[in-house]
Ligand binder design. Structure first.
Ligand code: PBG
Ligand code: ZN
Length: 339
């Protein structure tokens, strides 16, 4: 005799669908494929070989030669999209090495494209903070004794940076500065130069986050004074993020981004449900290093933690995940060792 529950039905047993891995995989609502993962890489001017990034275990700064090897390895693992950051040897107050035809990113892009062509998609970070002596993402100006990052002169420089990346062969340019109006300015500059096929992935909802610490260490881009709260979003706000995304979509962004990812899953979810453009989520350096340090201390299982982190970002609504774990995850997938 079947015991009926208080509604008069036989007991519902959700555990039936959790019995074994095959059934769990069958009913899983998410799947992570290397197709949707983007690997960030750091290429450094005048470096020979590789150098470890202090604070980001297992991540390295690469020479152009090493970058080519790394791209080859990633392609073998089916990671085919790369987000490229440059670390220049020359900085000045206006970040002019960021739009140098022979700058580090421009040369790296040309070399990667020469070797791999259409097999790889290159996204280039468009910003000034690695290239300015003061470490801010734009041009500094002082008015009435107050120093500010000036929006409009920064946008002008950013268009030059984006153009120089497109000229070198970048497939997608990704402005990460958070100045107002930069997407439309970059779009029209690209279009009038004939780069109508170069897409824009806008860092639209970029929060003023503590989680960028390890990255700034990796790229020597810590602001020399002040912080980025006058141009990045306040972590307390979500409606502000929607306005930012809306503007970027209007201005012609092809892909929009939410950054960081795991502390901002609500933002990813709202953005995904509000707009009809692909949503990228950037799981930033701090999110990476948190897991890595726990792994080093023996407090967490790495594969399980990364699996959970990526699936939760996906579940929130990300179409694309930018993660420093992309290469490791693709290897684990290939080797069939994901939990
Ligand atoms: C700079 C930039 C930052 C990141 C990407 N581009 C840091 C910042 O805004 O200070 C963070 C990436 C990471 O932490 O992994 N425009
Ligand atoms: Zn910046």
């Amino acid at each position: 005799m079947v015991q009926l529950n208080r509604y008069g039905f036989p007991p519902i047993r959700l555990r039936r669908l959790r019995k074994n891995k095959i059934i769990r995989d069958l009913v899983a609502e998410e799947r992570i494929s290397p197709d949707s993962l983007v690997m960030p890489l750091f290429v450094k001017e005048r470096l020979s070989g590789r150098e470890p990034v202090n604070g980001m275990p297992n991540q390295e700064r690469l020479s152009i030669e090493e970058l080519l090897k790394e791209v080859g390895e990633l392609l073998n693992l089916n990671i085919r999209t790369i987000l490229l950051f440059g670390i220049p040897s020359r900085k000045d107050s206006i970040g002019s090495s960021a739009y140098d035809r022979d700058g580090i990113v421009q040369r790296a892009v040309r070399e990667v494209k020469k070797n791999f062509g259409e097999d790889v998609v290159l996204i280039t970070d468009v910003c000034l903070c690695q290239y300015t002596s003061h470490g801010h993402c734009g041009i500094i100006s002082t008015k009435n004794n107050v120093t500010v990052v000036d929006n409009d002169s920064t946008v002008e420089v950013l268009t030059k940076v984006a153009l120089s990346h497109a000229e070198a062969g970048a497939d997608i340019v990704a402005p990460s500065d958070m100045m107002d109006g930069r997407v439309s300015a970059i779009r029209s500059a690209l279009d009038s130069a004939g780069y109508t096929d170069v897409a824009i992935m806008a860092y639209s909802a970029k929060y003023a986050s503590s989680l960028y610490g390890p990255f700034r260490n990796a790229t020597s881009s810590t602001p020399a004074f002040g912080d980025r709260r006058s141009y990045q979003i306040d972590p307390r706000n979500v409606r502000e993020a929607i306005r930012e995304v809306e503007l970027d979509v209007f201005e012609g962004a092809d892909i929009i981004m939410v950054k960081p990812a795991t502390w901002y899953l609500d933002v990813i979810s709202i953005v995904k449900n509000t707009f009809d453009v692909p949503v990228a989520a950037y799981s930033v350096s701090g999110e990476y290093t948190m897991i890595k340090l726990m792994v080093e201390k023996g407090l967490i299982d790495e594969k399980q933690a990364v699996w959970e982190q990526l699936n939760c970002i996906k579940r929130a609504g990300a179409d694309i995940i930018i993660t420093y774990f992309a290469k490791d995850y693709a290897r684990w997938l290939r080797d069939g060792v994901i939990p």
